[in-house]
Every structure is written in structure tokens, then in C-alpha cells.
Design a protein around this ligand. Structure first.
Ligand SMILES: [Zn+2]
Ligand SMILES: [Zn+2]
Length: 194
């Protein structure tokens, strides 16, 4: 799948349903596929997060193959200095492609109307998207962030009140706030895991 269609297909609907960042949702799916199904070609270095994701989540056969590749590359380079996690690099590549798609979609009035009404972005992707948009379109991103923050604050207060009563329903908001603040786990952001 490629182009704007890919972004619209599964993840946007799913992201909207859960109040999740559009880009994080796409990347989360991509990351799961990389770790649990396909692996990455020529893995040469693993960050803390992805090394342990393989041990925890990947089928043993795939994890063994990925680890063997990393050890092989390490030995080939005489224990060299490769410091970029191959999974992180792949995710960054995907992130850039998806942001470019989103820039194209932001030219469609019905899409921007939907974004203002119900779209969600985390702080990290909001900034990356705003940097790519023409100045005139950037205020829409501010609107999305303000609305999202307000919604999260309301849901957090509800969650805290419920928790005091011993109910744990609605704790999904905690994950949404974490995503809003630092984007999805494993996606290389400012605080690079490697
Ligand atoms: Zn995000
Ligand atoms: Zn990584």
C-alpha cells in the first residue's frame, strides 16, 4: 500500500476511535510487523528497546535470526562502532514517508475539517508535521493540540476520581497521555534510545 490511501485505510479510523495520534498509530502497526513478522534486513545494531522487544515479542525463530545477524555484523566490523539501531532507522524512514503523506492530505479541505474536529497528534508528530506545512496551515495543528490537551485533562480528572473509588475503567487515558507527551514506545524521538 502506498500514498495517501495507506494512511487513510486502517489506522486513521482506528486512531480516531481511540483518540490516538495518527502517525503513532501507523508507526505502532509498522513496528509490530517489523518485530513480530518480518524483521529488518541486515540488522547491525539494536537499541535497548528493540533488543528487548525481540526477546519479549518476536517468534523465537525470527528473534534468533535477528540476533545472529547483529552478532555477525558486529564480528565482521571487528566489534566496530555502528550505533544506529536498524529498527529505529527503519521506523524513522517510515515516519518521514507518513508525514509527507499527511502534508498532502492537509491540502484536502474535508480532511483538514476532520482534523480540526476529531484528529489527534502527539506533541512530537505535531511539531514534525507543522515544520513541513505552509505557514497558513500551521494554526490547525495548534487547534488540534489545544483540543487534545483539554480532552486529556478532562479524562485524567475522571480517571483519578474513578481510581479513588477503586474503579480502574478508563485507565486507557494514561496510555493516551504518555503517547501525547513522548509518542509511541520504541519510536525514536528526541530522547533517542540509542
Ligand atoms: Zn505521534
Ligand atoms: Zn531501536
Amino acid at each position: 500500500m502506498s500514498g495517501a490511501k495507506a494512511l487513510r485505510a486502517v489506522p486513521v479510523g482506528e486512531a480516531a476511535a481511540h483518540g490516538a495520534c495518527l502517525v503513532c498509530t501507523v508507526l505502532r502497526h509498522h513496528q509490530t510487523r517489523l518485530v513480530e513478522v518480518t524483521g529488518v534486513p541486515k540488522a547491525s545494531h539494536l537499541c535497548n528497546h528493540h533488543a528487548w522487544s525481540l526477546a519479549r515479542s518476536a517468534p523465537a525463530e525470527l528473534a534468533a535470526e535477528m540476533y545472529a545477524q547483529v552478532l555477525f555484523e558486529r564480528r565482521k566490523n571487528s566489534g566496530g562502532t555502528e550505533r544506529t539501531c536498524t529498527f529505529c532507522a527503519e521506523l524513522q524512514h517510515e515516519e518521514k514517508a507518513r508525514l509527507d503523506e499527511l502534508v498532502e492530505q492537509m491540502k484536502i479541505p474535508s480532511f483538514t475539517a476532520w482534523m480540526r474536529r476529531s484528529g489527534t497528534l502527539c506533541l512530537w508528530h505535531a511539531q514534525r508535521l507543522a515544520d513541513r506545512l505552509p505557514t497558513g496551515t500551521r494554526p490547525i495543528i495548534e487547534e488540534v493540540l489545544t483540543r487534545t490537551e483539554e480532552e486529556l485533562e478532562v479524562d485524567l480528572r475522571k480517571c483519578a476520581a474513578e481510581a479513588k473509588l477503586g474503579h480502574h475503567a478508563g485507565s486507557g487515558v494514561l496510555g493516551r497521555v504518555a503517547e501525547f507527551l513522548v509518542c509511541q514506545r520504541g519510536i525514536p524521538g528526541e530522547e533517542k534510545p540509542c
